[in-house]
Ligand binder design. Structure first.
Ligand code: SF4
Length: 291
């Protein structure tokens, strides 16, 4: 995927921790505004409008500075999701280190952190991440095909992500493979699970939802590159026929049964299954939602 000219600026923000309504999460923290991974399907691209950016999503990043985090007792035992509308380990983190600085500030609060990334730069901070109780690092992967990845994202290769996942897992950190978003008939869910099964504790599944301006972008991409799948995408995303997802759920459920993986279907506990942390087998968490 081609990269546009990058616009970088520094911004001040009052508080880095914001209340979150994500299931299983108390607070979220986004050390950057914008994300140069520039995924074509990015659910967070609305942030460009909210933050008054005229530039195209993926072509700007604001580097945040924030005031010292006050009232530490307020956060004890809470779950903080780092990177809900940005990737906290996108390339600029190597230079600006805002995520590392955030981890250094949070370390004294005994909070649970969840980090979801498409980068192996997270390995740089394993020393800190290991110090958090029940830290969880998730790597987002929705294909094993690097050509498809390149057509959708400006990210590191799938192999690098899987290698980083193994390194986190080997370091004793709770690790997840977030298979998201699942593209109908393109994302091979079972193949990805097979590939990562001994490199993570959880597999999270999320189906592709299309809304806002990226709906037409993805549909025209499918029309141009995967013409034979266009009717299926039209049925799902224009006609609202969701039967494909039910048949996929059924297929994954049967696959997990054969492979002896624990399968959980929930829309409530999207990212975390703390009660299952002691479970030794791979846990596949289906978080499909249809709105
Ligand atoms: S990595 Fe996440 S936040 Fe960044 S562009 Fe991709 S989907 Fe959006």
């Amino acid at each position: 995927m081609e990269t546009a000219k990058l616009h970088v600026k520094c911004v001040n923000t009052k508080s880095i921790l914001c209340k979150s309504n994500l299931p299983g999460t108390d607070y979220c923290a986004n050390p950057y505004i914008g994300c140069t991974h520039a995924c074509k399907y990015c659910y967070a691209s609305y942030m460009a409008q909210i933050s008054n950016h005229q530039e195209q999503w993926g072509s700007f990043v604001d580097i945040k500075s924030w005031e010292a985090i006050g009232k530490p007792t307020k956060y004890y035992g809470k779950t903080v999701f780092i990177g809900t509308v940005t990737d906290a380990y996108q390339p600029c983190e190597a230079k600006y280190g805002r995520t590392r600085s955030l981890l250094e500030q949070l370390i004294e609060y005994e909070i649970k952190i969840v980090i979801c990334t498409k980068s192996d730069l997270v390995l740089r901070d394993l020393d800190l991440i290991k110090m958090f109780p029940k830290a969880l690092v998730a790597f987002s992967i929705n294909t094993l095909c690097d050509d498809f990845r390149k057509s959708m994202e400006c990210t590191v290769s799938i192999e690098r992500r899987i290698t980083a996942m193994k390194a986190c897992h080997d370091a004793g950190i709770q690790t997840a493979c977030f298979i998201a978003p699942i593209f109908p008939k393109i994302t091979d869910v079972n193949a990805i699970i097979k590939k990562v099964k001994d490199k993570c504790h959880f597999v999270w599944l999320e189906n592709l939802n299309l809304r806002n301006d990226y709906k037409s972008r993805i549909l025209s991409f499918i029309y141009n590159k995967y013409r034979t799948l266009y009717q299926l995408y039209y049925d799902i995303y224009v006609s609202g026929n969701i039967s494909y997802w039910y048949s996929l759920e059924d297929e994954i459920f049967k696959f997990c049964k054969v492979e002896n993986y624990k399968y959980v279907h929930t829309a409530k506990d999207f990212f975390l299954h703390p009660q299952s942390y002691s479970d030794k087998s791979l846990i596949v968490v289906n978080c499909f939602h249809y709105k």
